[in-house]
Design a protein around this ligand. Structure first.
Ligand code: ZN
Length: 235
């Protein structure tokens, strides 16, 4: 790799590797090894890892370094609770203001999603359907919506990569275009309702219980009795 990569390029490549499961949750992201691989300084790697950690898709442990984050059940609930609050407000604001140029940008984005869907490009589709939510936030002109949505969408991507089938890694078909239609028509209550319903559908495709346990249960692994098991009837 001889071409000069920007920090954004490096960020994109690490993020893609995580969301495409080439780097699994819990994997150590050694600053030194990454610096060698990317032909970049450790300082730059530290900047990229810090940004990924601010988006909660990388965890930095003092003295131990950076690791691909391992979202837990409660993280899934918390992410979606905040997304419901923010994205409901975003849908309401947009359907009240209905900025024409923004609607055109949203429609153009829907065309890209449709093209990726018909080309069966799951990776591109997953990326585009995530970006749709960030684009909605950008359309409000409120930078705090955008910055927070960017983080939440990145984190949702990681959770989906960990806990869903590949076929489930994008938003359900048509729901984005229905939301845009409601916004365009100025139907605030409908836009809010469709957004909440849409987020519920995305969340329902995530099954943290099916994933590898994030905490090892020695009692179970070694066939030992836990306190609660000892209170049950002996088989
Ligand atoms: Zn969506």
């Amino acid at each position: 790799m001889n071409t000069k990569l920007t920090n954004q390029d490096i960020y994109d490549r690490i993020y893609a590797a995580i969301s495409e499961r080439r780097l699994l949750p819990g994997t150590k992201l050694s600053e030194e090894k990454l610096a060698m691989a990317f032909h970049a300084s450790r300082t730059r790697m530290r900047e990229v890892l810090l940004r990924l950690s601010q988006e909660l898709i990388v965890e930095i442990h003092p003295n131990r370094g950076a690791f691909v984050a391992t979202p837990k059940q409660e993280d899934v609930s918390q992410v979606f609770a905040v997304r419901r609050a923010l994205e409901r407000a975003i849908a309401a604001e947009l359907s009240e203001s209905r900025p024409g140029s923004a609607i055109a940008a949203l429609r153009k984005h829907l065309e890209l999603e449709a093209a990726a869907r018909s080309a069966n490009d799951h990776v591109m589709l997953a990326r585009l359907t995530g970006e749709f939510h960030v684009l909605l936030a950008e359309t409000t002109g409120n930078r705090l919506y955008t910055e927070n949505l960017r983080r939440l969408v990145a984190l949702t991507g990681l959770i989906i990569a960990q806990y869903s089938d590949d076929s489930n890694s994008a938003c359900p078909e048509d729901e984005h275009s229905h939301i845009v239609q409601a916004i365009e028509a100025g139907e605030t209550a409908k836009a809010e309702h469709l957004m909440l319903e849409h987020l519920a559908h995305v969340q329902s495709g995530i099954h943290p219980a099916a994933a590898v346990a994030d905490e090892v249960d020695f009692t179970q692994i070694f066939g030992l009795q836990s306190d609660s098991a000892s209170r049950r009837d002996n088989a």
